[in-house]
Design a protein around this ligand. Sequence first.
Ligand code: ATP
Ligand code: MG
Length: 169
Amino acid sequence: MRGLYIGRFQPFHLGHKAVLKKILEEVNEVVVVMGSAQDSHTPQNPFTAGERLDMIYGALRDLRPRSYVIPLQDVDRNAIWVSHVVSMAPRFDLVYSNNPLTEDLFIEAGIQVRKPPMYRRDLYSGTIIRNLMLQGGDWRSLVPEEVAAVIDSIGGVKRLIHIARDDLK
Ligand code: ATP
Ligand code: MG
């Protein structure tokens, strides 16, 4: 059995990793679909697809023989989104998601959806982590160390601060 797990991973954090470990208790393999692959250099989506692949590849080192990561561009038409995913992902049996729209679209297409548990959503959230980066807070403790290393190597915090500031000068 192979499961699919979809997100933007801006950035990949310890909540995502905990979910993937849980999913791998239920299925043999998981396909991590990195969505909005075309987006980068915005306050909501600061990192490129390639940077996010580096982060996730490092963070999943211990899970790697059983995990795939693929980038996926958006198609801004919900009615064809599931076929887009199916056309770009390796074969999968079921989807893990808590997003109501994702859930509806896959169920309508006859694909099983399971809801993974949330881990400390008050802490482990991309939005919270990006805000901590902007405010000089402790974001490092919320991401795998491999993710922090990639963010440091690309000057990610400086980039985020700069792009978030543009209209406030
Ligand atoms: P953002 O705030 O930027 O949307 P996010 O933390 O929601 O970031 P996404 O890339 O949007 O991250 O999430 C991918 C998937 O991971 C979504 O299905 C989301 O519900 C789930 N997820 C996010 N945080 C957690 C968490 N703490 N525990 C479990 N699942 C999570
Ligand atoms: Mg989200």
